[in-house]
Design a protein around this ligand. Structure first.
Ligand code: NAI
Length: 409
């Protein structure tokens, strides 16, 4: 079977778990909100992203897609999408940094009207390398926490030239994708790369945000002893009251057998930590960029580095201790597995699709915008419906009661 066929079969398999996006696709087929619009998208090229791209194309868009990480591209999905009308994909699994940026340049030089980003690399390139193209852009969306952080920095500097919707901030995105999606798929990546037993292992999770919390809970569920490191007092306190051991990385690095960074920060595991780690410590990252583990420093501390199996690199230190790094320190759930389950990406990408259409219908001023409440609520409502779950409706008496102050005991 050709890779185009396997790609299409896998895209259809993911679609089975994406009923909300399918509803939106049917709406778009009728309404054609993107007629004449060119979309530049920089996203992980997975089967779920393929379903988003097909939804945008159904709405009349011409979509140019590049990867948001060199190790997250699924080549059969690239082939399948490239056989689709009005869809053009520029990516290859394991591409070099140079090729990664050439692909970003390629999608931008199509003069897009909509810019859909995951991590802000596309936006960064647009502003720094191709600023002349900014005048064509009517709006953009951002998928992840790290990208939103960068956009907030751009907004603070007053340089945003078009409206951008922070899809990550939708409740139906981060409460589900970041928490349940990253929680499960990060463990999936570790297990697929190593086939390691988690029960009884000490796992250090750096960062107790949406992703870290989901991961910690799931690792505990599989019998691991979980240690949390944080820099935020409130998150650390919450981790403690959720029953996890909380300590600094300086301390945790001595006990951990598996380390996962998921902070969106840099050098969270650094030179002085490697030197204190146990022999055989296994390191990976699920935050957006490969900056969380200082691999450059680990490499220079090491007397030897070699691949022991696919996605597992062994570093031997001077004291003969071995440290293993999974997936080059890139998003382990995408580099070593298939990324999030389709069921949660259904909601994230339903938000993306509806926000893209919203940007075409409204004339928003440049700046950062939250996902409109009506979109967030629609996605939740449709997801519940697809799951066959019913909820209660407020009575008039209840509506009045919760919006007034006069009634007491
Ligand atoms: P968040 O902002 O909810 O949580 C990040 C946490 O890390 C915060 O509690 C923060 O205090 C903590 N932190 C920051 N620096 C730290 C340090 N040096 N040591 C320990 N803790 C530190 O962010 P969220 O949504 O959990 O995302 C985290 C990262 O994961 C981001 O880079 C995001 O883009 C990425 N992400 C990855 C996904 C994947 O598929 N692997 C999916 C969704 C998000």
């Amino acid at each position: 079977m050709s890779t185009t066929n396997t790609g299409n079969l896998r895209i259809d398999w993911a679609a089975r778990e994406m009923p909300v996006l399918d509803t939106i696709k049917k709406m778009f087929l009728e309404q054609k909100p993107f007629t004449g619009k060119i979309v530049a998208a920089c996203m992980h090229i997975t089967t779920e992203t393929a379903n988003l791209v097909k939804t945008l194309a159904a709405g009349g868009a011409e979509v140019h897609l590049c990867a948001s990480n060199p190790l997250s591209t699924q080549d059969d999905v690239v082939d399948a999408l490239n056989s689709h009308d009005n869809v053009y994909v520029y990516a290859k699994y394991g591409e070099s940094t140079n090729s990664y940026y050439q692909s970003i340049k390629a999608v931008l030089t199509k003069s897009p009207h909509l810019v859909m980003d995951d991590g802000c690399d596309l936006v960064n390139y647009l502003y720094t390398q191709e600023p002349a193209l900014l005048q064509n852009v009517i709006g953009g969306t951002e998928e992840t926490t790290t990208g939103v952080q960068r956009l907030k920095a751009m907004s603070k500097d007053g340089i945003l030239k078009y409206p951008i919707i922070c899809v990550n901030d939708a409740l139906t995105k981060h409460m589900f994708d970041n928490q349940y999606g990253t929680g499960q798929s990060t463990l999936d990546g570790i297990i697929r790369a190593t086939n390691i037993l988690l029960a009884g292992k000490t796992i250090v999770v750096a960062g107790y945000g949406w992703c870290g919390k989901g991961l910690a809970v799931k690792a505990r569920g599989m019998g691991a002893k979980v240690i949390i490191t944080e820099i935020d007092h409130i998150k650390a306190l919450q981790a403690h009251m959720d029953g996890f051991t909380v300590c600094s990385m300086d301390e945790a690095c001595q006990y951990g057998e598996i380390f996962v960074t998921v902070t969106g920060n840099k050098n969270v595991i650094n030179t002085h930590h490697f030197e204190k780690m146990k022999d055989g410590a296994l390191l990976c990252n699920s935050g957006h960029f490969d900056s969380e583990i200082n691999i450059k420093s680990l490499r220079s501390l090491s007397v030897d580095a070699s691949m022991v199996k696919e996605n597992v690199e062994q570093f031997t230190l001077e004291n003969a201790n071995k440290i293993y790094v999974l997936g080059e320190g890139r998003l382990v759930n995408l580099a070593c597995a298939e990324g999030h389950p389709s069921c949660v990406m259904d909601m994230s990408f339903a938000n993306q699709a509806l926000c893209a259409a919203y940007l075409c219908s409204e004339n928003l001023q440049p700046g950062l915008y939250p996902v409109p409440d009506h979109i967030d609520n629609f996605v939740a409502e449709m997801k519940l419906k697809s799951l066959g779950l019913k909820i209660d409706t407020l009575t008039n008496e209840q509506k009045k009661y919760i919006s007034s102050w006069q009634e007491g005991t």
